[in-house]
Write a protein that binds this ligand. Structure first.
Ligand code: ADP
Length: 249
């Protein structure tokens, strides 16, 4: 259940790439325990939005506060960015595992390098989270020996190894064969049930309606609707959301 602590807060967030303004004034607060699905037509700024939230993109204007830290300025130090990103992690569409490292080494890397934890602790933690995603037996495998679904579960375990406060997911199942989507969504469902704060760019409407407690409908660079999925999906206010829902249903 979400509480009232805002872990991410943005106010009139704008982002341009050259002359293309992608985010046109996004204002929202994400609370501890929220599971937010970010939906909307292709190209409307969903990925750009979540990449701004952990500052993989700089922000053109507006305010962004993450875990109580002001992240608005492009001059935020690398140290502050690293600290923030260890708390607000990203899971990518294409997994971004290091191909030359084993699964276990992939999981141990950031806790060792960024958090400076001792090897034994990193290994214990890695094995714990590999077990959580059902992949203990694959610890010594290399990523290219795994299916897409397994790779994404490893990427999720890698994120969990940082003990983040928030995980951002950028279309985590879009690169998977349809039969592998379910195993990844199941891991995400369990994380949501365990109280993890999650922001998920997704086309999986079943996840959005059953697992998320909030949905952001993005359109043309703004959040056009924000609310409980049951309300937003059953009673869309804007014509654009109605059209979007009729296209995907
Ligand atoms: P969505 O996730 O909703 O499909 P994106 O946030 O990926 O949308 O993209 C929104 C728009 O921003 C698109 O027109 C895309 O081409 C553009 N865009 C995204 N990233 C960049 C970039 N690094 N440089 C230039 N344009 C970009």
């Amino acid at each position: 259940m979400p509480d009232s602590t805002a872990v991410i807060s943005c106010n009139n967030l704008r982002k341009s790439f050259g002359s293309l303004e992608v985010l046109k004034g996004v204002t929202s607060q994400i609370h501890k325990g929220d599971v937010v699905s970010v939906i909307g037509p292709s190209g409307c700024g969903k990925t750009t939005f979540i990449r701004c939230l952990n500052r993989l993109e700089t922000i053109t204007s507006g305010q962004l506060e993450v875990m109580g830290m002001d992240m608005s300025s492009s001059k935020v130090s690398q140290t502050a960015l690293r600290t923030m990103r260890s708390k607000v992690n990203m899971v990518f569409q294409h997994f971004n595992l290091f191909p030359h490292l084993t699964v276990l080494e992939n999981l141990m890397l950031a806790p060792r390098k960024v958090l400076k934890h001792p090897d034994s602790e990193c290994k214990d933690r890695a094995m714990y989270y590999l077990d959580k995603v059902g992949l203990s037996a694959k610890a010594d495998f290399y990523p290219d020996q795994l299916s897409g679904g397994q790779k994404q579960r490893v990427a999720i375990a890698r994120s969990l190894c940082m003990k983040p406060e928030v995980i951002l997911f950028d279309e985590p199942t879009s690169a998977l064969d349809p039969e592998l989507v379910g195993e990844v969504l199941e891991v995400m469902r369990k994380m949501a049930e365990a109280g993890m704060t999650m922001v998920v760019v997704t086309h999986e409407m079943q996840f959005a309606s059953e697992v998320a407690n909030r949905v952001f409908f993005f359109n043309q660079g703004v959040i056009e609707e924000d609310g409980d999925p049951k309300v937003v999906f059953n009673n869309p206010k804007s014509d654009r959301l109605k059209a979007f829902l009729s296209r995907i249903n």
